[in-house]
Ligand binder design. Structure first.
Ligand code: ZN
Length: 310
């Protein structure tokens, strides 16, 4: 019952996995977003929506998990309140959930493909890579180390590498019209790209909420989710420079404002744009990216490479 995902390796076989609650949480979050009238207001009939507040004060994406674990039963009133009413917006909300799941899959895949899993296993750094640190059973939080060590630094920068790969790959699916979810392949490409980028950015926010939920010792083996977001915003600005893509990035950041009015602690576009030039954040990001560059030679032997003749 944990919203998590992992990348692992058993012998020569790499494994990636998503816990069922993670997929449920993504879907819940995506559906809730589309109940808000101003969110992606060019999709379907936004006036059919009621812009409800978050379910019973919970973070959208974690409500179902918390509610059912506490013995609650899902009733018709919940469906009415927390799923989009307009059928087009309902369908697109499901698509957003799938796109967020695809981001997670590609992120896990990158942990394998880029040699991260084999590297951490061979160097006795970790048994496998989890997206959200799982709470150590029985160990009080105060007993855990407060200061990250050099190995934690390595684990953090692997996340930035996997994020970059996942964001690039999920956008390439759209850019090259290779959407294999047939129901959505005929959607306007610009809309598919907007949803994809929003989903990638929103995952960092959800992971932060998941880490809070798991009461893990945040920050020891993952960069602060906000730093991961800033990294992706920087990457998008560097790599997607066509005028229509620059506009798309601006519009995507604005979408956060449309749900920030009801979701506590949600990103806001003016803060995001202010922080993109924040000296401390830039310095920290550059430090972690330099760490990643320094690590690349050590990762290289573990990267996937085509086998000659196969
Ligand atoms: Zn990861």
């Amino acid at each position: 019952m944990l919203p998590n995902a992992l990348a692992d390796r058993d012998g020569d076989t790499h494994l990636i996995a998503m816990y069922t609650p993670l997929f449920a949480a993504l879907s819940e979050f995506a559906m809730f977003c589309f109940t808000q009238r101003a969110f992606f207001a060019d999709v379907g009939d936004p006036l059919a929506e009621t812009s409800p507040p978050p379910p019973e004060g919970h973070v959208p994406g974690l409500w179902l998990l918390r509610y059912t674990l506490a013995g609650g039963k899902v009733e018709e009133r919940h469906r009415e309140q927390f799923t989009p009413r307009d059928p087009v917006r309902y369908d697109i909300s499901l698509y957003l959930g799938y796109l967020m799941a695809r981001f997670v899959w590609f992120h896990e895949y990158a942990h394998c493909f880029n040699g991260h899993v084999a590297y951490v296993q061979e160097n006795a750094i970790a048994l496998r890579l989890y997206e959200v640190s799982e709470p150590s059973k029985g160990a009080p939080r105060a007993a855990q180390p407060a200061q990250p060590g050099p190995r934690d630094d390595e684990l953090r920068c692997l996340e930035l590498d996997a994020d970059e790969a996942a964001m690039w790959a999920t956008l390439q699916v759209q850019e090259t019209d290779r959407e294999n979810l047939e129901s959505f392949a005929s959607l306007d490409r610009s809309l598919r790209k907007r949803l994809t980028l929003f989903g990638a950015y929103a995952m960092t926010w959800l992971f932060e909420e998941f880490q809070n939920y798991m009461e893990s010792n945040t920050g020891l083996d993952h960069p602060a989710p906000y730093l991961r977001l800033q990294n992706m915003v920087h990457l998008a600005r560097q790599h997607f420079t066509a005028p229509e893509d620059q506009e798309l990035q601006r519009v995507v950041l604005k979408e956060f404002d449309h749900i920030a009015s009801v979701i506590p602690n949600m990103y806001r576009s003016d803060n995001l744009m202010r922080d993109i030039s924040d000296p401390w954040l830039i310095g920290e990001l550059q430090r972690q990216l330099a760490r990643l560059d320094a690590l690349r030679p050590a990762l290289a032997p573990y990267r996937y490479a085509p086998v000659a003749g196969s």
